[in-house]
Design a protein around this ligand. Sequence first.
Ligand code: IMP
Ligand code: ZN
Length: 364
Amino acid sequence: MDKFDKSIYEDFVKENYGSWEEFKQYCVELPKIEFHAHLNGSITPKTMNELIEQRKGKEPDLAGFAVKKLIQPNFQLEDFFPLFNTVYRLTDNTESIEYITRNVLKEFAADGVCYIELRSTPRQNLEKGMKKKNYAETLISVINEINKKNDIIVRLILSIDRKASLEEAMETVNLAIELKSTGIVVGVDMCGNTNGGEFLRIKPAFHYAKKNNLSVTLHVAEIPNCREDNLNMIEVSPNRMGHCTFLEDDLLKWAKDNNVAIETCITSNIICRTVKSYDVHPCIEYMKNDQPFTICTDDKGIFNCDLSDEYLIFGLINKLNKKQLFEVSKRAISYVMDNDIKLKKQLETIYNNFSKKNGFLIEK
Ligand code: IMP
Ligand code: ZN
């Protein structure tokens, strides 16, 4: 938000929300659905420092491990992926995974997120007794604990790193198939460094996931000039697609015709410089063209944002009033990966209660 010239929006904010504080408050209270949040990118520096404090006694190398300001001036996408080398040192055992998952989910709940499909890449560290399956089971166990509290509803997407071999990708898909019966795992994702190799290599794993009734989301067109990859990805018929900042018009049309939502991550794109400025973010065109999309954080810990901020920014650059912003948020219900009818009803009730409280007319 710092990059905004707030002064040009003063009249709009006053007229529609009263003040900036009331606007932010509204965005926190608004029920929100988060579809694109990477666990290890969502950890706040505070939680990282807590992990260092907890572990430095037994692991002295962590004592000199200060969590510096993650985003330095002139930061860009190439600077982003190496940050995870540091983060992963701190989350290399199941106790730490448990700790970060609980904190991250509580933070989303406190920000008014009513439903989240958290995603994470199962990792192993055999020295510390962590296998990919333990990793995923640790997440599921914390998610079950959080779901019981009724503050937020949580589901899990298992991510596959773009640089994985086909064998590794299949291993994660098989894990997701096995854990689907928990009712928590709903799909798989493809993420990771955009220089990590061609999608074609691991494409069969995603066809296999779909055949086994898992939903699929893919990081698509985060950078320019990746037409071949984009075409291969669309051939898998993903249920949703992340970023799409450089997606060509014919493929945007495919997404619209097939009601495939784009998981748009405004702050992430601005900080990684894949979009020049807020006022030219593709979400403005999505809004005008009735393109299916949802608003997401990507890596709230690294980018120092939260979902209510993203809604505020979205509302601002699209000049939306309270009811219009509510409608954008509510539309996300149709893109939930969990097809359970009871869950959809539950989410509709949450939104309808908010609508009534705010005196919005309910649209059929
Ligand atoms: P994890 O899957 O919980 O370990 O979350 C961190 C991982 O998410 C990183 O190692 C990246 O592979 C991936 N990731 C986070 N943000 C992005 C993004 O914007 N593009 C592609 N991959 C991402
Ligand atoms: Zn992402």
